[in-house]
Write a protein that binds this ligand. Structure first.
Ligand code: NAD
Length: 336
């Protein structure tokens, strides 16, 4: 059993905790919280042991009547891998603590690539050996990597150009925006997302531009890829249909946007209405010469979750990437 802890039980951390707990070869030892808020209560209701992320705030949990099993240091000493799901930039501040305890760590995409021995995406990363730390790339980079890796293998990517319409904030982030605008963010073109794809797919040329929109559900990518060899739209659809972490939305489904996608996810019983897969509109997959076009939606709260599980196995075992992906998919029910 791989013993795993989650440090930071927010949007990503609570999902990673559930995904780890669902794996037959992993044990979720516990999760941390900085304060005894509703998330802490939720963790206890799930049956997870709760640890205080910050030592001198431990008493606040006692005062709120929430039992803790110890502090972050205790958790680090009890696990084989810690998954850092703290806010962007806080992972860098947590790194010396993990290193002091000799605990291998996984970081999230809000951290700089240099934080870890390698950046990780289960579909796109090359072989990783002897790493003590990994960084699971961001939600947008995960979505782009899953798409561009099979296209590059099948046809060769000459150049990808992607416009990312990003959600303004997650549903629980009441203070985020914009409320009533669509704003270039970052205003500089190309955006940092393309270079981040190169952290896992170094040989693929990809330029990205990003906007922020007043929605919370999902990101939308408008994708144009110039391929080295001319495909047919039908062949690209078959290629993507074969990818276990790509959901090719059939035309007959009547799914026209993030709202209906999330409704579908809830209908089929997905926890929290999560969509772990890239959601590609089948009818949008079209080809003009060597240019491929398509639209895909990315559920920012969910797509990195199975990747974190595979990152844990990569750090802690010799299980092959393909075997890990198969195990993760089976345990969670990835694939629509
Ligand atoms: P979040 O704010 O929802 O959750 C972070 C949690 O960490 C909160 O519960 C917070 O209280 C806690 N925390 C704060 N300081 C801490 C500390 N010192 N030690 C431990 N925990 C601490 O953030 P999130 O959206 O889950 O993002 C976490 C990471 O995942 C970031 O790097 C982010 O860039 C990345 N990420 C986020 C998304 C997304 O869309 N939400 C998608 C992919 C990757």
């Amino acid at each position: 059993m791989i013993r795993v802890g989650v440090n930071g039980y927010g949007t990503i951390g609570k999902r990673v905790a559930d995904a780890v707990a669902a794996q037959p070869d992993m044990e979720l030892v516990g999760v941390t919280k900085t304060s005894p808020d509703y998330g802490a209560e939720g963790a206890l209701r799930h049956g997870y042991d709760l640890y205080a992320a910050i030592d001198d705030r431990a008493a606040a949990f006692d005062e709120a009547g929430l039992a803790t099993a110890g502090t972050l240091g205790d958790l680090l000493d009890a696990v084989d891998v810690i998954v850092d799901c703290a806010p962007a930039g806080v992972g860098e501040r947590n790194r010396p603590t993990y290193e002091a305890h000799g605990t291998p760590a996984i970081y999230q995409g809000g951290e700089d690539a240099g934080i870890a021995d390698a950046s990780f995406n289960a579909r796109a990363s090359g072989t990783i050996r002897d790493a003590d730390s990994l960084r699971v790339v961001s939600c947008n980079t995960t979505g782009l990597s899953r798409l561009l890796a099979p296209l590059d293998e099948a046809y060769g990517v000459e150049k990808a150009r992607v416009t990312l319409v990003r959600r303004g904030g997650d549903p629980s982030e009441t203070g985020r925006g914009p409320i009533n605008d669509v704003v270039p963010d970052p205003a500089a073109v190309p955006s940092h997302h393309g270079p981040d794809v190169n952290a896992v797919l170094p040989d693929v040329t990809v330029d990205t531009a990003a906007l922020k929109a007043p929605v919370t559900g999902m990101h939308t990518h408008s994708v144009n890829v110039t391929l080295e060899r001319e495909p047919t739209a039908a062949a690209v659809r078959e290629l993507l249909r074969a990818e276990t972490r790509v959901f090719l939305i059939p035309e007959h489904a009547g799914i026209d946007g993030a709202g209906t996608l999330k409704d579908y996810a809830a209908d089929v019983g997905r926890p929290r209405g999560d969509l772990w897969e890239n959601c590609v509109w089948e009818e949008s997959v079209s080809v003009q010469g060597r240019d491929l076009y398509l639209f895909q939606n990315i559920h920012q709260e969910a797509d990195v979750v199975p990747e974190n599980v595979d990152a844990v196995r990569t750090l802690a075992t010799d299980v092959s990437r393909e075997e890990s992906v198969a195990r993760t998919n089976e345990a969670l029910g990835v694939g629509l």
